[in-house]
Design a protein around this ligand. Structure first.
Ligand code: GCB
Length: 594
């Protein structure tokens, strides 16, 4: 009966961090109704819409009455989907759109109902039958509302106010290098569960073990009860007992085929408690760091990675369907990857599930991207909320091996304190995975590049975004650059690359010409440098495909696109693709030989 793990979130109202409801139990629930499809919309160009009227879809009541908005006969937008792609006039729109739809509901005794949103960009308020349910801030993580007391028999009126204005105190902040897609970009579902239900669960291999399961099952009601855990294919059947907080701990031996990129084995895991049943597909693997090595299932692994945005370049739109996820992930596999960096935010849940099924390890991060107001006390709670929502959503996805806290944030007391605290919080929620953060501040000395970011102490894996030959000049010939680290930890080059316009050929030594040859040479040079980094355990070029970014203003070559893709905006392979592809083939052979 399961559709996945759902978590009720701390919700924010427009910019100020008011928890509309305490962090509640998550629910593993059935979708009663999928609310995707055409929604009516009002585009609120000047932000002048009156919430009370719009949320109740107010109608004129007498001959001398009128209302100056209407969802009846209004325009429509498809959900899921960004508004920028669907209407020419909304291509660059940053403001408010009111969404509306009706749905029918038949109440049943002993059932609770939740409205669940996979992602709304960037902030929203949600109203059911004219009543404010709450708000949420952050485009890329799910949230939901318990609507059991508000939902009616028969027709229900659902209104959502979405706003995607960029602000200094948002995450990401006012400037970022991707398109500011707005709207209900991911699915919406009405979920139902028994009154007393399985609220949440976490089942993975214990840190460092190949044979011991760890985790817990949380019930909605806080009393001593029994929960049955079954993994039929592994002959596991275990009755667990919850404590006075409604939680049962899992700690048991198991003989399991381990998940790996070569054999991405997933097991049907079943939980039964009272009238509730949950089934999930879960894989089991161990991921650890030993000195400067990364160990997958106790064996050293080199991460052959690629980054991508949640965007379909050919459509110039947010990726939103399973077919979109499959296209992006199939490209990654074709390149020879065993690892993807989901840049720069938690991507669609179906991307994560599919990547796991396809044997791709994942780096998942929250959009703490440059320019964040770390001195603002609300930032820690907003970022932490996103971190919690990400980990809550994906903690059972074994394909995820790294939680990343941030990308390119400048060291300083506020930033260090915030991210150090977040690293602690992430570990407290999930100690089975590795923690990282992508750096771009390094010290140079002669031909040396030194990693000394103080945050490194709190991380398991160091990650460097280093654009040698593009934003950074070579301090020496590529083969003579020496990387030093003051930490005995593995390093991933989490970004490197250069821009090139597909089909634009010419000099390989002039960056300003945007040639494929320049990009190709830069890749060769960077690979030459990588050979001399003894603690390097993975690379992740920036980026799989060209992506839209209004800040890219070079009229001839960029035209609003970041051209660092190994693939063009139409999905055609640039020359650098082949350099990376053969590097990954060679790495794969080396890994096999070990
Ligand atoms: C970076 C950022 C990434 C940008 C990229 C670029 O360092 O992490 O978001 O898109 O550089 O192309 O400049």
């Amino acid at each position: 009966m399961l559709t996945g793990l759902i978590k009720k979130s701390v919700c924010f109202l427009f910019g100020f961090a008011i928890a509309m409801s305490a962090r509640a139990q998550s629910i593993a629930a059935c979708s009663e109704a999928n609310l995707d499809g055409k929604w009516n919309v009002i585009i609120d160009w000047y932000g002048s819409g009156n919430a009370a009227d719009i949320a109740s879809n107010k109608q004129a009541t007498g001959k001398d009455d009128f209302v100056e908005f209407s969802f009846d006969n209004s325009q429509t937008l498809a959900v899921p989907g960004d508004w920028n792609y669907q209407r020419d006039e909304l291509k660059y729109y940053e403001g408010t759109v009111w969404y509306q739809r009706d749905f029918d509901y038949l109440p049943r005794r002993g059932k609770r109902a939740y409205l669940h949103f996979d992602g709304v960009s960037y902030r929203c308020e949600v109203y059911l039958n004219g009543k404010l349910l709450g708000g949420h801030e952050g485009s890329f993580t799910p949230f939901q509302f318990d609507v059991s007391g508000i939902i009616k028999r028969g027709k229900n009126l659902l209104v959502l106010k979405a706003n995607n204005e960029r602000r200094e105190d948002a995450i990401p902040a006012r400037k970022f290098d991707w398109w500011n897609y707005g709207g209900i970009t991911r699915s919406v579902n009405l979920l139902t569960v028994p009154d007393e239900h399985i609220a949440d669960y976490f089942i993975q291999l214990k840190k460092g073990s190949l044979t011991d399961l760890c985790g817990w099952v949380q019930l909605s009601d806080k009393q001593y009860r029994q929960v049955r855990l079954e993994i039929p294919e592994a002959h596991i059947k275990k009755v667990l007992t919850t404590d006075s907080a409604g939680r049962a701990q899992i700690d048991l031996p198991a003989k399991l085929a381990l998940w790996s990129p070569e054999q991405p084995k997933l097991y049907a895991v079943k939980l039964y408690a009272g009238n509730d049943t949950v089934t999930d597909l879960i894989g089991f693997r161990s991921i650890e760091v030993k000195g400067t090595q990364i160990l997958l299932n106790k064996k050293p692994v080199f991460l052959r990675g690629i980054s991508f945005h949640e965007e379909m370049p050919q459509r110039a739109a947010r990726a939103y369907s399973e077919a979109d996820s499959r296209t992006l992930l199939t490209w990654a596999k074709e390149l020879g990857c065993n690892f993807v960096r989901l840049a720069h935010y938690p991507q669609n849940p179906q991307t994560v599930k599919l990547a796991e099924q396809m044997g791709l390890m994942m780096w998942e991060e929250i959009p703490v991207w440059q320019g964040i107001q770390f001195s603002n006390p609300q930032i820690l709670s907003k970022a932490n909320n996103m971190l919690h929502e990400m980990i809550e959503r994906d903690k059972n996805r074994c394909g995820i091996i790294i939680w990343s806290l941030s990308n390119e944030t400048a060291p300083g007391p506020d930033r260090n304190a915030t991210l150090t605290q977040m690293a602690k919080d992430a570990r407290a929620m999930d100690d089975t995975r590795l923690i990282s953060s992508a750096f771009d501040h390094f010290k140079y000395s002669g031909n040396q590049i030194l990693i000394d970011d103080p945050l490194s102490e709190s991380l398991d894996v160091l990650a460097a975004n280093k654009y040698m030959g593009w934003y950074a000049k070579w301090p020496a010939g590529p083969g003579n650059v020496v990387w030093k680290s003051t930490f005995n930890k593995p390093l991933i080059i989490s970004e490197f690359g250069a821009e090139a316009l597909y089909g634009n050929h010419g000099a390989k030594d002039t960056a300003s010409l945007w040639t494929e040859e320049y990009q190709e040479q830069l890749y060769k040079d960077n690979l030459a440098m990588f050979k001399n980094i003894p603690f390097l355990q993975g690379v992740c070029p920036w980026i799989l495909a060209d992506f839209r970014s209004p800040g890219r203003m070079q009229a001839q070559y960029q035209q609003g696109w970041n051209r660092k893709g190994l693939l063009s905006d139409k999905g055609f392979k640039k020359k650098a693709w082949y350099v990376m592809h053969s590097f990954y083939q060679q790495k794969q052979q080396e890994n096999k030989a070990k």
